[in-house]
Structures are given as structure tokens and as C-alpha cells.
Design a protein around this ligand. Structure first.
Ligand code: CP3
Length: 322
């Protein structure tokens, strides 16, 4: 989640001459920014530099990133008639640049750390495509989910099928783990998550964990933990709103947890960050735990603070497992 990104001067230097989508689509540059946090901060894994919204773009939706507003889909997809324009692309042809980036990152890293591939969940990708961009309440998406759930399910299925092709392509290209981002899964109550978001999610990830470890990230999904614990995944990544010991109680011992420091905690002085990391590590002691933030790092985060987080995670984490 923005492991590579605007908080790094080395990233901003490359971004100064290249817009975000072009950067994603230029494997040599995308590989370079993917590796930056490994070299600069010493993180234990690289996540390929791309975006969850490249999938709907490949399906025919018109995507642009507008400074200040973030992603914009113009026109949005708001009906089954609109959705007829969404195709199932040949992912080698339309998203092959991501596969090339992964292969290049594997070559550059030469085994130093593993490479993680990713995609959005169908529900979360649909949130942007249907709304036409980011939104506070996603009224178009949620309205459609109430008025015509079967029609929306058709869109989610289409996104699931292309995303699945795409994730399999990432594995073929060398991704050693996959993460699926469900940033907006928490908009749904448990009953509606089960009915609307879950079938397409399961369709997308079916069998993937037999090939590589699979991580699911949910934001604001604590009310969904009884459902999420049943997912065919290896790691459950959560936001910061509930401490990991409580998450552990809800999901049982068999699943690894990932997270969950509040990204705004990195705006405090390094000594305070260190204490915050120690607390997260302590809360995660009840089982396997991948220390991480609970959401994307903020662009204004000082690099030294990101470093305090990584160093603290390594020090306290080793103590926890010793
Ligand atoms: O972590 C990494 O380094 C890998 C790359 C990565 C990006 N986006 C690059 C990016 C990953 C894993 C994502 C996931 C992503 N993208 C999610 C799921 C995780 C989350 O944050 O909830 C979502 C919802 C998106 C969609 C998206 N992309 C939005 C809403 C925005 C605009 C908001 C913003 O911060 O500007 C983006 C842009 C984006 N994706 C940036 C990066 C580095 C910022 C681009 C820039 O201006 O340089």
C-alpha cells in the first residue's frame, strides 16, 4: 500500500518527469520504484509498483488520474447497459507491462526479498468504476447494490474473471505471494457482504493459495471477521481500528495476521513510533504476524519516520519470536 510512493524523494524524482499511469506502464521505471523501499528502508518484501485500477482500464474503462482528485473513470459504469462495454481482455496484451515489471524486479532483487503481486477485489474495483472515482459514501455503488443486485453481480463477475487471469499471469511472471485489496468491503454489512461481494471474491481467488501464499486486506471490515476467517487465504491484513489480539480471538489460531499500525502514527517523533510498533508486535504475539501499517503510508511521512517503523518492526519482531 504505497510502500513505494510520494513520501520518498527518490520516487518523486522519477515521478517529476512521468505521470502515474505512464510510470506503471514502463517496466524499467516501475521496477526501479518497486525496489526503492527495499534499498532505502530495508523492508522484507517488495510489492510490485502498479495499481488496482489498471484492471478496469484494461477492461475498457477510461481511467485518468487527476492531481488532487485521484482516479477518475469517465464515463462511470452505472447500469447493465453501461457494463456491456466491459470486455475480458487478453491480459498478456493489455496488462503484460505489469508482468514485465515483476520479471524485472525478480531479476534485480536476485532473491534478496520476495516479490508480492496484487489486485483489488471485485467489489472494491467496482466501487471506483461505478462511482467514477473516490467518494465518501459511494451512493451510486450502494444504490445499485440495493436496486439491482443481480445486475451489479454481473459486473463483479466480469471483474473477477479478468482479475483472476491477471493474478495468474503475475504468478507466471514470478510473483511469490499475492495480496488482494478490499478497501471498501467494509461498506457492506455482513449479510450483504456475503450475498454481494463474497461470491465474486471467491471466484477471483479460487485455488490461488495452492500456488502462492495469499493475503487479503480489508479496511473497516472488523464486523466481517466471522466471514473473513473462512476465506481460502493464508494471511488476513487488517486496519488499525481493532488491536490484533482481539482480531486473533475472532479468527482463531490458524491464519497469519498482517498489520496494523495507524499510518498517521508515523507522523509522531521516531521514539514514539518505536513504542507504537512495540505495542503492535505485542498485540500480535498470539500467532503468526507480519508487521505492517493498517493502510497506505501518507505522502507527508518523513522518510526517517518510515525507517523508525521498519527498524522497530525488525527489532521488536525478532524479540517477539525469540
Ligand atoms: O505499495 C506499493 O508500492 C505498490 C503500489 C500500489 C499503488 N496503489 C500505487 C499508487 C498499490 C498496492 C496500490 C493499491 C491501491 N490503489 C488501492 C488499495 C489499497 C488502498 O490504498 O486502499 C486503491 C484503493 C488504489 C486506488 C488509487 N490509486 C487511489 C485512490 C489513488 C489516489 C490516491 C492517492 O494517494 O493519490 C491511487 C494512486 C496511487 N497508487 C499512488 C501510488 C504510489 C499515488 C500516485 C502518485 O501520485 O504518485
Amino acid at each position: 500500500m504505497r510502500q513505494a510512493g510520494r513520501y520518498l524523494p527518490e520516487y518523486r524524482a522519477i515521478r517529476a518527469g512521468t505521470d502515474f499511469l505512464t510510470l506503471c506502464k514502463t517496466p524499467a521505471l516501475a521496477a526501479e520504484v518497486t525496489v526503492q523501499p527495499v534499498d532505502i528502508l530495508g523492508v522484507d518484501a517488495a510489492i510490485v509498483f502498479a495499481d488496482i485500477l489498471l484492471v478496469p482500464e484494461a477492461m475498457g474503462s477510461n481511467l485518468r488520474f487527476v492531481k488532487g482528485d485521484g482516479p477518475v473513470f469517465d464515463p462511470p459504469i452505472r447500469s447493465t447497459t453501461d457494463a456491456a462495454s466491459l470486455i475480458r481482455p487478453d491480459v498478456e496484451r493489455s496488462l503484460g507491462y505489469v508482468f514485465e515489471t515483476i520479471a524485472e524486479v525478480r531479476r534485480v532483487l536476485d532473491g534478496r526479498v520476495p516479490v508480492i503481486g496484487f489486485a483489488g477485489t471485485p467489489w472494491t474495483v467496482a466501487a471506483y468504476v461505478v462511482e467514477g472515482g473516490t467518494s465518501k459514501h459511494y451512493p451510486s455503488l450502494l444504490g445499485w447494490s440495493h436496486s439491482d443486485p443481480a445486475g451489479l453481480a454481473g459486473v463483479l463477475e466480469k471483474i473477477a474473471d479478468t482479475s483472476r487471469d491477471y493474478l495468474l499471469g503475475q504468478i507466471d511472471a514470478g510473483a511469490q505471494a499475492l495480496q488482494v485489496f478490499d478497501t471498501w468491503g467494509g461498506l457492506l454489512d455482513a449479510e450483504r457482504f456475503r450475498a454481494i461481494a463474497l461470491p465474486a471474491l471467491l471466484r477471483m481467488i479460487d485455488g490461488l493459495r495452492d500456488k502462492v501464499p495469499l493475503i487479503y486486506y480489508g479496511q473497516g471490515t472488523n464486523h466481517l471477521l466471522p466471514i473473513l476467517r473462512e476465506l481460502p487465504i493464508d494471511v488476513l491484513s487488517v486496519d488499525w481500528r481493532v488491536p490484533l489480539d482481539q482480531v486473533r480471538q475472532a479468527v482463531g489460531p490458524d491464519i497469519a495476521l498482517q498489520g496494523n499500525l495507524d499510518p498517521t502514527a508515523l507522523l509522531a517523533p521516531p521514539a514514539q513510533i518505536d513504542r507504537a510498533v512495540a505495542k503492535v508486535v505485542e498485540a500480535g504475539r498470539g500467532g503468526a504476524h507480519v508487521v505492517n501499517l493498517g493502510h497506505g503510508i501518507l505522502p507527508m511521512t518523513p522518510v526517517e519516520h518510515a525507517r523508525a517503523f521498519i527498524d522497530g518492526a525488525k527489532r521488536h519482531g525478532v524479540q517477539a519470536s525469540a
